[in-house]
Ligand binder design. Structure first.
Ligand SMILES: Nc1nc2c(ncn2[C@@H]2O[C@H](COP(=O)(O)OP(=O)(O)OP(=O)(O)O)[C@@H](O)[C@H]2O)c(=O)[nH]1
Ligand SMILES: [Mg+2]
Length: 328
């Protein structure tokens, strides 16, 4: 999501007041009768300061995308990342400031026109004081928008036309390794849990069909209300994007999580989401005897057995994907 650069209150005010000064200088050097100059100069300063402040804030408002009109995935993603309510509140505060400054503009232009020439500067000073105070009142909101800008800088761009495969599973089971195998994407892979914090996307085409593979952060088998924000990003992708879920087990258990726990998460995902699931047993290169796996499924042949790091069995996944329909 693109949010324009967010200025601080001081930056906004510096710009507004220095532009106002320039506007005043123009009037001062123009051919207006001398006795009118003081008032005209201050009027120009007030108008310009108000305009420039409003323009700066309006520019921020116009360029920040409207969350409500976005796809539900983005809405939930933004909510998990920064909080949609807080974002709306901040934009609301900017709007409020624009309204108040418009009122000041009318009020103080009127005052300066009715003032005596020697009082014009004081009227303008009062106007500037009030503009400053309003802009400083939205300091927290501007700060927050700046934080939002940073947090959403890497917001993933989703291709809503492509068949979307969401890779899910426990931490450290090899999800990102698999994404690297199937697509040219290069997500970070490491031998510790929660390496992936955000949503990583890779693309490939097969028989003129576009696929989008989404790698997500690891999930633990715990209720949604106990999940941290990193896990929730995975849930948001599962909920809104998946045409099919690729559930990865670490059959070797070398990631440190027992298969029983991985199976509980599988059951939970199957229960919560109404999406086809392809089950994949990964790290089979480390499994010497897969007899013990049988206890997990009497129809063991329904699971694809692969080794993502070695690239073996990956073609079985692609084959399965070809028969999956894009249901959006
Ligand atoms: N032996 C073996 N190691 C693997 C295999 N697949 C992945 N690994 C290793 O397992 C570790 C975790 O791999 P990742 O791809 O980062 O796992 P992840 O599921 O994305 O992990 P998080 O992002 O932390 O949830 C890395 O050290 C990988 O090299 C495999 O098939 N065999
Ligand atoms: Mg990962």
């Amino acid at each position: 999501m693109f949010i324009p650069t967010v200025p601080t209150p001081d930056e906004i005010l510096d710009k507004s007041f220095s532009r106002a000064k320039k506007a005043a200088n123009k009037v001062r050097t123009s051919k207006i009768p001398r006795h009118l100059k003081a008032k005209k100069t201050e009027e120009a300063r007030i108008k310009t300061a108000c305009q420039v402040t409003k323009d700066t804030l309006n520019n921020l408002l116009d360029k920040t995308p409207q969350v409500e009109s976005m796809h539900m995935f983005y809405q939930d993603y933004i909510d998990v990342m920064v909080g949609v309510d807080q974002l709306k509140k901040s934009l609301g505060a900017l709007n409020w400031a624009v309204g108040v400054i418009s009122k000041f503009e009318n009020e103080y232009v009127f005052k300066v026109r009715r003032s005596r020439p020697e009082n014009a500067a004081n009227v303008r000073k009062a106007a500037f004081g009030r503009i400053s105070s309003v802009v400083r009142q939205i300091e927290d909101e501007l700060d927050f928008l700046n934080y939002v800008k940073g947090k959403l800088r890497n917001m993933p761009t989703i291709d809503f036309e492509a068949t979307t495969v969401v890779i899910a599973g426990f931490p450290n089971v090899g999800k990102s390794t698999l994404l690297r195998q199937i697509t040219p994407a290069e997500p970070k892979v490491a031998d510790y849990p929660f390496t992936t914090h955000g949503i990583q996307i890779g693309h490939f085409e097969k028989k003129w069909k576009k696929y989008q593979i989404i790698d997500t952060p690891g999930l633990l088998d715990r209720p949604v209300r106990d999940m941290n924000n990193i896990e929730l990003r995975a849930m948001v992708a599962l909920e809104h994007l998946a045409d099919v879920i690729l559930y990865i087990f670490d059959a070797s258990e070398t990631s440190g999580y027992p298969l029983d726990a991985q199976m509980r998460l599988y059951d939970e995902i199957e229960h919560v989401f109404d999406t086809p699931i392809i089950s994949v047993f990964n790290k089979m290169d480390l499994v010497e005897n897969n007899k013990y796996l049988e206890k997990y499924n009497s129809k063991l042949d329904e699971y694809l057995m692969i080794s993502a790091s070695k690239g073996s069995g990956v073609e079985l996944i692609i084959k399965k994907l070809e028969v999956i329909k894009n249901h959006k």
